[in-house]
Ligand binder design. Sequence first.
Ligand code: G6P
Length: 481
Amino acid sequence: MPGKDGYDLVVVANRLPVDFSVGLDGSLSWQRSPGGLVTALEPVMQNADGAWIGWSGAPDLKHEPFDAEGMRLVPVTLSATEIERYYEGFSNDTLWPLYHDVIAPPTYHRQWWDAYRRVNQRFADAAAEQAADGAVVWVHDYQLQLVPRLLRDLRPDLRIGFFDHIPFPPVELFGQLPWRRQIIDGLLGADLVGFQRNGDAANFVRAVRRLTDHATRGPIITMLDSEGRQGRHVRAGAFPISIDSASFDELARRPEVQSRAKEIRADLGEPEILMLGVDRLDYTKGIRHRIKAYGEILEDGRLDVEHATLVQIASPSRENVGAYQELREHVEILVGRINGEFGELGHSAIHYLHHSYPQEEMAALYLAADVMLVTSLRDGMNLVAKEYIAARSDDRGVLVLSEFTGAADELAPGPLLVNPHDIDGLKDIIVAAATMDPREQRRRMRRLRRKVLADDVAKWSAGFLSVLGSIPVHPVTAEPR
Ligand code: G6P
């Protein structure tokens, strides 16, 4: 396999960090996509002679590798059928619901699994082709869990890291997966397997113990072959991801963003209390629970539409997957009912927006919001919570945060923690947030800001890569499977 002349750091993720299209004359145009992972890795990639392997987001788009944003971008082509089976099917209708506590029922289809394996092989082949001898390859997220193993089989000289951005479920749920052993074996191709929370890493190690014969000691897994001979070690650990806090803080301090925040409040009729929800329209986010609780608060008369309003941004996501279509129906019916019942001319109960917005507008919304509602039923981390905090250099605003987010593990005790399944509890917390004394707001926000500004995404990627770099590379011998 090629090696020598390749790249020293190769990132493998389902999506490329740019949206690109190819014109009829074959010309290429691309635009940086705003994802958190790009921000995290861009400086590292630019310094390290890095390549990024990923899908363009469109069907059948074929293009040679190209340079953009100071890195090598290597497009992986997916056919329309592969998008249906690997991306919408196995990734987002099997693994996503299974890894998020089966909030929606996972679907198990053998054809989807076959497509997942084939596409993972394609990503592994591309990585093997791009990586220099002894390079570091960092594989990301649930769409690509077989890549570490497939890549190690092709290139045993590489140092391979994997980071799971979403929760790793307890083995009692993970065990449902007909291909559970293949997934564990896929991940064990890495030298370091990173998770958002200690609990996720512990779930993974338990699954290894339960489903394989390998030896585990704390977070270290020692690979054993069928005769019990020891092979290389795999380390599991928590590396909670973050945002580029300083640049979000800077963005929210800009005069144009500050005045946009004022304009938003004015457009909404200068409410005393502006509540905000910002999510991909996903059933894991607890949007229905939040809206139901808000409707009941209005019904009980604890808040009223002349003084309070809720803005819910729900950005379109995975719109070909049935569970997402159903969720949209439910949310929109619920919003319509509450607005019909409690809204008045000039005073909507809920402003529901099914759009995505640029970062500047998000920063202005965060600044405008007195209360930020993050009520996920399960969430790997939740970066919206961190963005809200980074935007609030005025030390105002209250974060209501679900216990079932990775962010809660890190940020407590600053936010008002909530169990979103407990609608009465959620109502009480929302009202408490809406009526919190400014001194208490400041005390909490200061603590939150110290944490979020210190633990930014650069620290996250540096932390992961330095642990990965410190793991002794095992001599290349026959690898126990
Ligand atoms: C989550 C996942 C990412 C994914 C993102 C958007 O954050 O962890 O891997 O890219 O959602 O979802 P999409 O399906 O549009 O890539």
